[in-house]
Design a binder for this molecule. Structure first.
Ligand SMILES: Nc1ncnc2c1ncn2[C@@H]1O[C@H](COP(=O)(O)OS(=O)(=O)O)[C@@H](OP(=O)(O)O)[C@H]1O
Length: 424
């Protein structure tokens, strides 16, 4: 075996020891992807994989207009007006949004593959409850920030029309464009909704089986194992987590019944997909992935596994993850100074938090856009401008003609302030 630097894994390894039935490179890698970034589901780690893949392969990632912050004006339903002009004709889109297939079809190529990720409702709700305890009024009203108290009488604290209410009930359903407040007894609604999601999404990843999900992803997209290497991002410290006392998981599932139905359904179909690929070869590919991951970590972090650090201790400000409140610690990483420049450049992007990476990508894509625009013959650039005018209204309209909850009201402005909630 060839031991590649930075944890690279050769295609031949995956071919001989994994689930590849075709010779490596037989099929081109699929590059047109919508990843619906759901909340508190490991979606930032997944987004980072996609950002790096896009940079490596010179692909365009759709970025939000400035007025939307670093998300597509969440919680408003996605609109093509939210996409920055410099990133039009994108290959990929991954920043947080509320899903809207029709609007996405306006900006994405016809052969786009749709992917999303779900997390087990009890642990997901605990994460949401803690993370948004400051910004979601339904949670703020609860005495002593008690999860038990909220779940004992959720309707006492929850107001469906409030701006941040989507963090307090059926968040997955809301992110997927569904109705979070459909009657909890309405099984037919959940069944129809699941059927709609299944029609659109070729892969629904499961957070608890992140590595297995990545193996399914790589086969769906004909990617190499090397393309799915990652470092875990956006984690809380243990002390920022609440313990779920007996009985609470059941109450969480009952309160988030559409999400629970979604999760159970797609968790089952996920295992069917793994079985189709072959559980043994999936396990082997997971092992190869983890070995490559360890090599990556060692080369990036001076021979050791990296210690996640509280944001305040991270020297490089671009590497500090956004902190939702002073009660929750989201950890990140610093790169050691004694590694080579080449390693620094390669490793930096693996640990870059969402907001910094989004800003950097928008900047580099804008520069590229300007360069190619300047070099374009007059006739052609005129045609492109006309196309943009007819299909995509100017961005200022986000401000002017679409009054809505997100800008300025929804949590956060994309800065790293402790008191400013995560943007849009
Ligand atoms: N690879 C992998 N596998 C499993 N879980 C992972 C992984 N990467 C991140 N995480 C956990 O995902 C939680 C953060 O989710 P998101 O990045 O989607 O959050 S956000 O909505 O974008 O803020 C956060 O969970 P909590 O710590 O419970 O909040 C992370 O620890």
């Amino acid at each position: 075996w060839r031991l590649c630097p930075y944890g690279r894994v050769s295609n031949m390894e995956a071919f001989h020891f994994g689930c590849s039935h075709q010779s490596p490179g037989a099929k081109p890698k699929h590059t047109n992807i919508v990843f619906l970034k759901t909340h508190k589901t490991a979606s930032t780690t997944m987004q980072n994989i996609l950002f790096r893949f896009a940079e490596l392969n010179n692909l365009t990632v759709a970025m939000p207009v400035q007025a939307c912050g670093h998300q597509f004006c969440y919680p408003r339903s996605f609109s093509s007006h939210f996409v920055h002009l410099h990133t039009l004709r994108p290959n990929l889109i991954t920043n947080h949004m509320r899903f809207n297939k029709t609007a996405l079809q306006r900006v994405m190529p016809n052969d786009t593959i749709y992917i999303t990720i779900l997390r087990e409702p009890a642990s997901m709700f605990e994460s949401l409850f803690t993370y948004y305890s400051r910004h979601c009024m339904s949670f703020r009203r609860v005495p002593n920030g008690s999860l038990e108290a909220f779940l004992a009488e959720p309707l006492r604290y929850y107001r469906p029309q409030e701006i941040e209410s989507m963090y307090a009930r059926n968040t997955l359903t809301f992110d997927l464009g569904g109705d979070k407040d459909n009657s909890i007894k309405d099984l037919a609604y959940a069944q129809n909704f699941v059927a709609d999601v299944e029609k659109v999404f070729s892969l629904v990843m499961i957070s608890e089986y992140f590595d297995e999900s990545l193996i399914l992803l790589r086969h769906l997209l004909s990617w190499d194992l090397e393309d799915i290497l990652y470092v875990k991002l956006n984690m809380r410290t243990e002390s920022s987590k609440k313990r779920l006392s007996p009985g609470l998981p059941e109450k969480i599932r009952a309160w988030n019944s559409i999400d629970a139905y979604l999760y159970d359904y797609f968790n089952t179909s996920f295992w069917d997909k793994l079985s189709d690929l072959g559980l043994d070869c999936v396990a082997k590919e997971v092992q190869l992935l983890r070995q490559a991951q360890e090599r990556l970590m060692r080369s990036c972090f001076g021979g050791k596994m990296p210690l996640p650090r509280p944001a305040a201790e991270i020297k490089n400000k671009d590497l500090r993850p956004w902190q939702p409140s002073d009660k929750v610690d989201i950890v990140g990483y610093d790169l050691p100074v004694n590694i080579s420049r080449e390693a620094q450049e390669h490793c930096l992007k693996y640990i870059m938090p969402e907001i910094s990476y989004t800003r950097i990508l928008l900047h580099s894509q804008s520069l590229q856009h300007r360069r190619s625009y300047q070099n374009r013959p007059v006739q052609k650039s005129h045609t492109l401008q006309q196309h943009i005018r007819t299909t995509l209204p100017r961005h200022s309209q986000v401000h002017r003609s679409q009054p809505g909850p997100s800008v300025g009201q929804s949590p956060g402005s994309g800065t790293e302030s402790k008191s400013t909630p995560k943007q849009s």
